[in-house]
Design a protein around this ligand. Structure first.
Ligand code: PAN
Ligand code: ZN
Length: 186
């Protein structure tokens, strides 16, 4: 393949072109939020939680892909809007997240019980090492946007998180974001 470039608006993360757009609504992530009553109630409106604009290259070792995530501001109960979160199928692959706008938290954990978080805002360059599941949470009032760069053959394992959840959750307490143990973690 030939080298290429695509322009990104550094204010809002908009890409002038992309290969694939993914829209995730609440109905695409049923059962993810702690307050299941509120989740069910919000499902009637089925809000968009986030969008991903991907520039993917062939899924081969050595290739890199990238994508911009736009995570909307909002909460289900007291829990902030978040991405599904995943491990990479090929566990030996890492990833880089670059904050473009808004503010939030990048929550990470390993299968053997380690966890970590990084505050994301404009200019933050976060490194997700191999073997770490990662989920983004919008704790602000604006869109949280970031650019993610990952090996094209990484793959996404959503099943593990769908079943178990993350060990930690991010909820609003007295107007502030708090990281707490997930009462529904299995
Ligand atoms: C990101 C994520 C993106 C959406 O590009 O795929 O933020 O989150 P989910 O994939 O968990 O729905 C990335 O980590 N790619 O590997
Ligand atoms: Zn990833």
């Amino acid at each position: 393949m030939k080298p290429f470039s695509i322009k990104m608006n550094l204010e809002n993360g908009n890409l002038e072109e992309y290969r694939k757009k993914i829209v995730r609504r609440l109905s695409d992530m049923k059962g993810f939020y702690i307050d299941q009553e509120k989740e069910k109630r919000e499902l009637s409106k089925d809000p968009v939680i986030y969008e991903v604009y991907e520039v993917s290259t062939p899924s081969e070792a050595g290739q890199l892909s990238y994508g911009v995530t736009i995570l909307y501001p909002g909460k289900i109960g007291e829990e902030y809007y978040m991405t599904k979160g995943h491990f990479h199928e090929k566990e030996s692959t890492g990833e880089i997240y670059i904050g473009i706008s808004g503010s939030g938290i990048l929550l990470m954990e390993t299968k053997d019980g380690d966890h970590h978080f990084i505050e994301m805002r404009r200019g933050t360059i976060a490194y997700v090492p191999p073997n770490w599941a990662h989920r983004s949470i919008n704790t602000g009032k604006e869109m949280l946007t970031f650019l993610a760069i990952y090996p094209s053959d990484a793959g996404h394992d959503y099943g593990t998180i769908e079943k178990k959840g993350f060990r930690k959750v991010v909820i609003e307490v007295d107007g502030k974001a708090k990281i707490m143990d997930n009462p529904r973690y299995q």
